[in-house]
Design a binder for this molecule. Structure first.
Ligand SMILES: [Zn+2]
Length: 226
């Protein structure tokens, strides 16, 4: 009865469809779980991110949990995470994704994890980095540490309105900075992000990290534009 009362005051709703969650459901309802478009790239070995970044950034292996479609369920999910403060989605997807990947021993050889950072200004506004929970879940499932203070994002300024991808890439590149590179020298780094669209963010972060000697990079994202 107390649970019912709490449910009334703070309704637990599904991050995809906004229906009330049942007692044994967490973050996403069973119906949505069933309908979400999994890429299953851990089974098909379809290296979607590598293909998208061919000739731009060399990646060892990559995986995305979900296909992103505009006006689709995954968009609702990412929107809830980034703009409605539903931080739990991050760890939930991280756990789901990492467990799938663990079933095919995907984490073998990876030494350290780095989530794509957000700027201090954004962190203040949102209150959290939307990739942090995802990264922590990977760290726990694979028992691999997160490398801190290696990559940071400088606050973006008003010059971000560019029309073509090249210019936008240029701006993004300027915004990410790597330091303390000794920490990742000779290591295989798993770079994590929420959504892979043009790949500009992964490319910018990856090329910063590649300044470290003998570094290898793999990438995993919550979703990828289909
Ligand atoms: Zn739902």
């Amino acid at each position: 009865m107390i649970t019912d009362f709490i449910q009334l005051l703070f309704p637990r709703i599904c991050a995809c469809c906004d229906h009330n969650l049942l007692a044994d459901e967490k973050v996403i309802c069973l119906n949505c779980m069933h309908d979400l478009p999994l890429t299953n790239d851990h089974e098909t070995n379809d290296a979607l991110i590598q293909k998208a970044l061919r000739g731009r950034l060399l990646i060892e292996k990559s995986s995305s949990l979900l296909f992103f479609e505009k006006a689709g369920m995954v968009q609702a999910l990412i929107h809830d995470l980034k703009y409605r403060g539903n931080e739990k989605i991050s760890a939930y997807l991280g756990n789901w994704h990492a467990e799938l990947l663990k079933s095919v021993d995907w984490g073998r050889g990876i030494d350290t994890i780095i989530p794509v950072p957000v700027s201090t200004a954004r962190l203040k506004k949102r209150g959290f980095n939307q990739v942090q929970g995802y990264a922590e879940a990977f760290a726990e499932v694979f028992d691999i540490p997160i490398a801190k203070n290696v990559l940071r994002r400088e606050s973006s300024n008003s010059t971000q309105v560019f029309k073509n991808r090249l210019a936008r890439t240029d701006v993004t590149e300027k915004n990410y900075r790597a330091s303390n590179l000794k920490q990742i020298e000779g290591k295989h780094v798993l770079l994590l992000d929420d959504l892979m669209t043009t790949g500009a963010t992964i490319e910018a972060c990856g090329s910063q990290l590649k300044q470290a000697i003998d570094v290898k990079i793999s990438v995993a994202t919550m979703a990828i534009v289909a």
